[in-house]
Design a protein around this ligand. Sequence first.
Ligand SMILES: Cc1cc2nc3c(=O)[nH]c(=O)nc-3n(C[C@H](O)[C@H](O)[C@H](O)COP(=O)(O)OP(=O)(O)OC[C@H]3O[C@@H](n4cnc5c(N)ncnc54)[C@H](O)[C@@H]3O)c2cc1C
Length: 379
Amino acid sequence: MLKRTVFESEHDMFRDSFRKFLTEEAVPHHAQWEKDGQVSRELWSKAGEFGYLCPTVPEEYGGVGADFRYNAIVDEEIANFGLSGVGFGLHSDIAVPYIMAYGSEELKQKYLPKCVSGELVTAIAMTEPGTGSDLQGIKTNAVLDGDHYILNGSKTFITNGQMADLVIVVAKTNPEEGSKGTSLLLVEASSDGFEKGQNLEKIGMKAQDTSELFFQDVKVPKENLLGAEGMGFIYLMQELPQERLSVGLNAIASAESIFEQTIAYVKERKAFGRNISSFQNTQFKLAEMSATLTMARIFIDKCLELHLTKELDVVTAAKLKLLSTEIQCDVIDECLQLHGGYGYMLEYPVARAYADARVQKIYAGTNEIMKLIIGRSLV
Ligand SMILES: Cc1cc2nc3c(=O)[nH]c(=O)nc-3n(C[C@H](O)[C@H](O)[C@H](O)COP(=O)(O)OP(=O)(O)OC[C@H]3O[C@@H](n4cnc5c(N)ncnc54)[C@H](O)[C@@H]3O)c2cc1C
């Protein structure tokens, strides 16, 4: 692979220490967490203690005000180790940035320090049983009644759903206005009328808690509105490039890691009296994957660089999300094939990575929606 130029020496040091943290605190427990359906709360507190949560939160709110490359390192290393249950990316890259960008000073003072320390785990609830891609169709509604919004509705497939203490809920505050009547509310999970449903059973990401959430006459203080009423859709559009970058960083790091493990495997495994690495088919498959991953790495690093200067636009982010997740799934599928029957056994990382990867083409906007965004920009 080509040498990466997007990181500096302090990022490399951070990467080394985060790798050590994961090796000690997450890798030995992940198999158990897969059985439990979620990681431990202790992992979150320890990550907060060592400064691995929400690197971009400014110092005045308990963070270190670092740049997004630190988030990228966290995403990449979690993917490198195949720790698909660790939902730091959703918290640090996706949910908390809404509080940073649109929260009032009071909300930032109240919540951000606890997000950084791991005392509060966050989630973002957009999808509903009846609608996902077409977010304008959401039914969850919030009606202002004096000092509170009264929130009613339900959400599904919410990452960190069981663990979450604080949820950004996308709700209609003015159903007649369509997308212009959509707002973002910051809702404490301990509120009366807020119920968490079951931890949903998935084909992969077994240690990641994914849940339904139900709201019945939940009283949300009107100060917990993020930004202005009716601006929810615009805020979502503004934050989605970062979410898609985060997915892409995870995708390519995961594919690279499984690719490296596959090279080691084919050099060891024998068939017909030879190492399977000596077959031309094996070498051709590896060559194709290596070329694809080299190209993908350059594109993703360029997108990360653009994001640092706030130049990553919606269409480029859609291209990145589409390509990186397709490449991830294709590469891991080829790697699984090169493992033969062992590739189908969950004991091998490639098998778990195969199941974990599939959802990447679905969430953060399906890849069909990415094509719509790109297509519309062309015509
Ligand atoms: C493990 C997991 C974690 C998730 N985490 C979260 C989370 O934290 N928060 C959250 O809010 N949501 C989350 N989601 C939900 C996810 O974002 C949605 O599943 C996704 O947006 C698709 O919505 P849907 O499932 O309703 O599918 P649908 O919208 O019903 O789509 C079904 C199919 O139709 C296609 N389709 C839809 N519209 C069009 C169109 N106009 N043109 C062409 N094809 C189209 C889709 O691409 C898809 O192939 C998660 C989902 C999963 C599985």
